[in-house]
Design a protein around this ligand. Structure first.
Ligand SMILES: Nc1nc2c(ncn2[C@@H]2O[C@H](COP(=O)(O)OP(=O)(O)O)[C@@H](O)[C@H]2O)c(=O)[nH]1
Ligand SMILES: [Mg+2]
Length: 359
């Protein structure tokens, strides 16, 4: 049973960078991963791409052939992909049952909020036993302005209702948040979306009074659903990537899949002969799935400290650690170079000896 993520979000929210970051992380963790580029306008892909929509259709060709602009062309490409679903289906099947697939979507917001093609493609994948989660990236700088924050909440809610997948909303580029000045509230206010009525004063100050009631109605709508919450992401930070990975593994159900070499209590893994993704793991049901997320950066207060309250101290600490690591690697390289030098004369002598033997 393949697992995967539908990575969506507005242009520039960091989707392709995230896919590359996750590719590197999973490769280091020795977890399988394949990235599928579904953005026909993506011409410089940062990651090694398993399937690329450009092999089927490109935005430029569509625009030239049908006289469409970039937005209309993009919708055409998605409809074309939907109509040719067998093209992508065959390529996904070739990745195998234990694949983990990231779908890098185009940034046009309507694709994940009201256009039907992506929704239908997702439905067809789910029917073919794909266990998917939507990972919706929103640039964290929007939370610095109350009105923009409300629009991000509505956008996230709309994407959740449209895609009908387990959904993980993410405030991306959290490492840059301190650049935009002080936040009105602590980070947990924005990520937990608990009591939005506190935004009233700020919203009313920034908009004409007749919009006040509308703003408050929208806020209470989001609160009533109680669905929207956010994880955070700084793509270069390992702890941040790992915490997000755990949250997504819960959403997709991957937490129930034991790693191949895992040391589980006896009789908790059934069907030992089956591939890892096909074995139910009773132990994980009780241990990992319902327990709190653990590890550095899994508490939002840690993230507040890392990226807002004490960013400079942490940055300086990390720079020192990197320097130490760099020096260690340099020493190791120098030492192994010396060892090789010592070995070289021996091997020359050995070569001379064997020449003598031949003559
Ligand atoms: N500082 C920082 N920059 C990021 C992060 N993620 C993405 N970016 C930058 O944001 C820009 C847009 O990213 P990209 O992945 O192309 O966005 P996409 O249009 O959603 O695919 C690029 O310049 C990235 O380097 C992050 O976590 N931190
Ligand atoms: Mg992109």
């Amino acid at each position: 049973m393949p697992f995967g993520e539908v990575v969506c979000g507005s242009p520039g929210s960091g989707k392709s960078t995230y896919c590359y970051g996750k590719y590197q992380l999973f490769t280091a963790l020795k977890r399988p991963i394949s990235v599928v580029n579904l953005d026909p306008a993506n011409d410089a892909l940062p990651y090694p791409c398993a399937i690329d929509i450009s092999a089927l259709i490109t935005l430029q060709d569509v625009m030239d052939k049908h006289g469409l602009g970039p937005n209309g062309g993009m919708l055409y490409c998605m409809e074309y992909l939907e109509a040719n679903f067998d093209w992508i289906e065959a390529r996904l099947a070739a990745l195998g049952d234990d694949a983990y697939v990231l779908f890098d979507l185009p940034g046009q917001v309507e694709l994940s909020t009201n256009h039907e093609s992506i929704k239908h493609i997702v439905e067809m994948l789910t029917k073919r036993a794909f266990r998917l989660a939507a990972v919706h990236l929103c640039d964290a700088h929007y939370i610095t302005d109350a009105a923009k924050y409300v629009s991000v909440l509505l956008l996230s809610l709309r994407a959740m209702l449209q895609l009908e997948l387990p959904h993980v909303n993410v405030l991306s580029k959290i490492d840059l948040i301190a650049q935009y000045g002080d936040l009105d509230f602590n980070l947990d206010f924005y990520t937990e979306v608990q009591d939005l009525s506190y935004l009233e004063a700020t919203l009313n100050a920034s908009a004409p009074p007749r919009f006040a009631a509308l703003n408050m109605a929208m806020i209470s709508l989001v609160e009533d659903y109680g669905l929207v919450g956010f994880e955070t992401l700084a793509v270069e930070d390992k702890n941040s990537m790992l915490t997000l990975m755990h949250a997504i593994d819960r959403a997709t159900g991957f937490v129930f899949v034991p790693p191949p070499d895992s040391n589980q209590p006896p009789d908790t893994i059934e069907q030992h002969h089956a591939g890892p993704a096909a074995r139910p793991n009773t132990y994980a049901l009780f241990s990992s799935a319902i327990g709190p997320l653990k590890g550095p950066g899994s508490d939002i207060r840690d993230i507040q400290e890392r990226w807002i309250d004490a960013k400079e101290e942490y940055d300086a600490f990390e720079r020192r650690e990197w320097r130490k690591e760099g020096e260690m690697i340099r020493d190791q390289v120098a030492r192994s170079g010396k060892i090789r030098e010592r070995k070289m004369p021996e091997s020359k002598e050995a070569a001379k000896e064997s020449d003598d033997m031949k003559t």
